[in-house]
Design a protein around this ligand. Structure first.
Ligand code: NAP
Length: 416
């Protein structure tokens, strides 16, 4: 056996070379993604009894590794070194499709050669919370693979806990299969994971960033449940895209300028100006829906810029569910609307195994499309993250070919 194989050169099934190529971030390179990611040779990781080693065919691109490259808001390498881990580097990548290459001795439901997609929720199976059968996403040991942990999918091999693996949809290519799980499962939990506010038939759902990774999944998940998605976008070039996915209407946020933190309620002039903007935005939702109905669910992630408006336009008894603060972390709320209209402001973070399966089933049934917009070469890992950082990336999701070959060329597993 060779010590290392070139990218796309396939070792005999199940044979694990000592070294692998990986896109590596180091603390001294923190900064713009094009500089932070560099290809290095790294020792192939060992697996624990409940883990599997996966030969990565393709990897998905997510915002979390833009943050990892920048080293903000958290230095993920420093945080792990503090916990006692040895590696002074980060191999990111929280989405993948690939082939099970080695199986830990306590794993019974997977075998070498299985084609899988990987979700990024990990936890310690001996954590008392997990052992008690409670939602592991609330467990103290819960982490995001390929962001908070090392050995993500931007490498020839990745090591994952066996429960992270789900069947690869048979009708999709490797790169399509790598593109949807992180955003899809996150959107699934946001829309199906919070009882009283699970999306139902005819619910109006306002989806921020409707043409983005999370948003494109949210529109389709709402539609699959019989709801009525309305997408917010920043340009009319995204209207058709969102409507094709199932949005009833779209709103161009660039036509409004009341974004950002809420003015103080005692500052009458500024507050009234804000209120005018928020009311006009609410009216735009009614126009998009075609009737005077407000969203029962607001699907939030921009954060600081949009939360005041989200809370304001949410229907009485409705929920604003949020999983990020892309524009900033200060969420300001006019509490008068919040309590009198009895609204809910719910944090949400990735997904548990059932919710990851929930979105994977929708994809396998053809009800959710992975929305793969662009595929990159392994050496372009920094480039696609840079596009994302600058909000210049295409609508939908991006993927990176790791060991898989470009569409049209025969890949491992495709001869069956
Ligand atoms: P994405 O593909 O870049 O989409 C986000 C969209 O948000 C953009 O396309 C943009 O659309 C819109 N947007 C950006 N800035 C905005 C602003 N100031 N106001 C209103 N809209 C704005 O990213 P994504 O993959 O959907 O991820 C979005 C965020 O969620 C990231 O911060 C990511 O880290 C986080 N996230 C968290 C989790 C979790 O589990 N907690 C999971 C996935 C993602 P327009 O310009 O067209 O409006």
């Amino acid at each position: 056996m060779k010590e290392i194989y070139e990218i796309g050169e396939i070792p005999p099934l199940g044979e694990v070379p000592a070294k692998m190529y990986a896109q590596v971030i180091r603390q001294e390179r923190f900064g713009e993604p094009t500089k932070a990611f560099q290809i290095e040779q790294i020792d192939t990781p060992d697996i624990k009894p409940d883990e599997v080693l996966v030969y990565v065919m393709a990897a998905g691109v997510n915002y979390n590794n833009v943050w990892a490259a920048l080293g903000i808001p958290v230095d993920v390498i420093g945080a792990r070194l503090k916990k006692g881990e040895k590696e002074a580097f980060h191999i990111g990548g929280s989405d993948a499709s690939g082939i099970v290459w080695q199986v830990g001795n306590e794993v019974s439901h997977l075998k070498v050669g299985d084609e899988v997609v990987i979700h990024c929720g990990i936890w310690d199976r001996n954590d008392p919370w997990v052992k008690a059968g409670k939602d592991p996403m609330f467990a103290p040991s819960q982490l995001i693979w390929g962001y908070e942990t090392n050995w993500g999918s931007f490498a020839q091999y990745t090591k994952v806990q066996a429960h992270q693996c789900l069947p690869k949809p048979k009708h999709l290519s490797w790169e399509e299969s790598a593109a949807y799980m992180l955003v899809g499962a996150t959107a699934y939990r946001m829309l199906h994971g919070w009882p009283e506010h699970k999306v139902q038939k005819d619910d109006i759902v306002l989806v921020w960033g409707g043409a983005g990774g999370l948003g494109s999944m949210a529109i389709q998940i709402v539609k699959a449940a019989g709801g009525i998605p309305v997408a917010v976008i920043s340009g009319d070039d995204k209207v058709d895209y969102c409507k094709k996915l199932g949005a009833k209407g779209t709103i161009n946020r660039k036509l409004f300028n009341h974004w950002g933190m809420l003015p103080h309620w005692k500052d009458n002039e500024s507050y009234n100006k804000w209120l005018q903007g928020a009311r006009a935005f609410g009216k735009a939702i009614w126009e998009a829906v075609g009737e005077k109905r407000s969203p029962r669910i607001v699907f939030e992630h921009p954060g600081e810029d949009t939360v005041p408006t989200s809370i304001f336009v949410c229907d009485t008894g409705g929920m604003v569910v949020i999983c990020a603060g892309t524009s900033g972390y200060n969420a300001t709320i006019d509490l008068r609307y919040h309590w009198m209209r009895q609204k809910r402001f719910q944090g949400s973070h990735f997904a548990n195994d059932d919710q990851a399966k929930g979105v994977n089933d929708l994809v396998c049934e053809g009800k959710v499309d992975p929305c793969l917009a662009q595929t990159f070469e392994f050496k372009e890992t920094g480039t696609c993250h840079q596009l994302m950082r600058e909000n210049k990336h295409p609508s939908g999701n991006m993927a990176i070919l790791v060991n898989a070959k470009k569409k049209g060329l025969k890949n491992l597993g495709e001869s069956k």
